[in-house]
Design a protein around this ligand. Structure first.
Ligand code: NAD
Ligand code: ZN
Ligand code: ZN
Length: 350
């Protein structure tokens, strides 16, 4: 089959890869109808955090499609089912899966499709993918939902919602979102469900801030000065009650802590692949802030968020700027990474 493979820093290619097969009785093979490029793929693309995937590894963890082959032990999923799958690979039965923390799955070693941690499961920027533990991982998609409406439930929409939920937003709060990329924009849409009086979007990319305004946010441009100072000026000197960090670097993490009001909450979903980083710990301590960070257990959110998308309360399709054949993914990675051609979310059609 054709797949997008990792060949080195800044180098992904369309190559021939082995056809996925049913290996274990609980597996299915899915024919992928849509996949996407995630901000987390960029960490790999940048060679960040060391420990890269093997050259030739199939990239991608945002995908959906139609079940084509079914293992002998699969009970719920059938050939022909149209399904969405979360980005992290989990068994559904180990201690952590039973605690509803599938990202901590001990059976898969906290694996992610196309990822470098835990057991290796080839990714979804491809024509086909093997999905283990299919009865647990596959969620059927209703016929009246498009691929574009459904696919982000497996990763960035669930993550954006998780970020807003962990912010503990109360009606009337002021909320600032660092990062107006795909995750930040969906965190903004999700934040709106909790009734904030003010919503701010912090970024330095003009066209992304314009998209943030379409999600009801007021733009705070990083080039116009320290974001904490700008946010304090906009909130009567207080600072936002809740800051959602959707970038994944040391600078915005520190800026989020500087910006939040005393006693406020910082909720961070940016991925930190480094083992450690600097942290304005004194300020965090004396501010009495609440901090939540982590990977999203997207499996838990697919079912509850699906009706919100179907009823138009969340409109994840708003972030899609490009749809291209799988073979053009190297260009898709380049424009998404460099913020060229107004790129926000790049979709791939195998
Ligand atoms: P992205 O790279 O397109 O978006 C990041 C945005 O942050 C960009 O628009 C960039 O201009 C902006 N930015 C950079 N520095 C900034 C700063 N100091 N302040 C404010 N904005 C700044 O990526 P994305 O797809 O939106 O993903 C965002 C992050 O979310 C990544 O780190 C990704 O790995 C992570 N992520 C986490 C999970 C999870 O489970 N926790 C899931 C999916 C993605
Ligand atoms: Zn992702
Ligand atoms: Zn498990």
């Amino acid at each position: 089959m054709n797949a997008i493979t990792f060949r080195g820093v800044g180098d992904v290619r369309l190559e021939e890869a082995p056809d996925p097969k049913v290996v274990d009785a609980g597996d299915v093979v899915i024919r992928i109808t849509t996949s996407a490029i995630c901000g987390s793929d960029l960490h790999q693309y940048h060679g960040r955090g060391g420990g890269l995937v093997e050259p030739g590894a199939v990239m991608g963890h945002e995908f959906m499609g139609v079940v084509e082959e079914v293992g002998a032990g699969v009970r719920e999923v059938r050939a022909g089912d149209r399904v969405i799958v979360p980005f992290s690979v989990s068994c559904g039965t180990c201690e952590w899966c039973r605690e509803r923390l599938p990202t901590q799955c001990t059976t898969t070693g906290r694996a992610v499709f196309g990822g470098r941690f835990g057991h290796v499961f080839p990714g979804g920027q491809a024509e086909y993918i093997r999905v283990p533990f299919a009865d647990h991982l596959c969620e059927k998609v209703p016929a009246d939902m498009s691929d574009e409406e459904a696919i982000f439930l497996g990763d960035i929409l669930s993550t954006g919602y998780f970020c807003a939920e962990n912010g503990g937003i109360r009606p009337g709060d002021s909320v600032a979102v660092f990062g107006a990329g795909p995750v930040g924009l969906l965190a903004m849409q999700s934040a709106q469900l909790f009734g904030p009086a003010r919503l701010f979007a912090v970024d330095r990319v003009g066209y992304r801030l314009t998209r943030a305004e379409e999600c009801g946010a007021e733009a705070v441009h990083l080039d116009r000065g320290d974001p904490g100072d700008q946010l304090r000026a906009l909130t009567g000197g207080r600072g936002p009650d809740v800051v959602l960090e959707c970038v994944g670097h040391e600078t915005p993490f520190a800026q989020a802590i500087h910006a939040v009001r005393p006693g406020g909450t910082v909720s961070s979903v940016g991925v930190y692949v480094e083992t450690s980083m600097g942290f304005p710990v004194r300020e965090a301590f004396f501010k009495d802030l609440r901090l939540h960070m982590g990977i999203c257990n997207a499996r838990n959110y697919i079912k509850p968020l699906m009706p919100l998308v179907r009823r138009g309360k969340l409109t994840p399709t708003l972030i899609i700027t490009h749809t291209m054949p799988l073979g053009e993914a190297p260009w898709g990675y380049a424009i998404f990474d460099r913020k060229q051609d107004q790129a926000i979310k790049v979709m791939l059609k195998p």
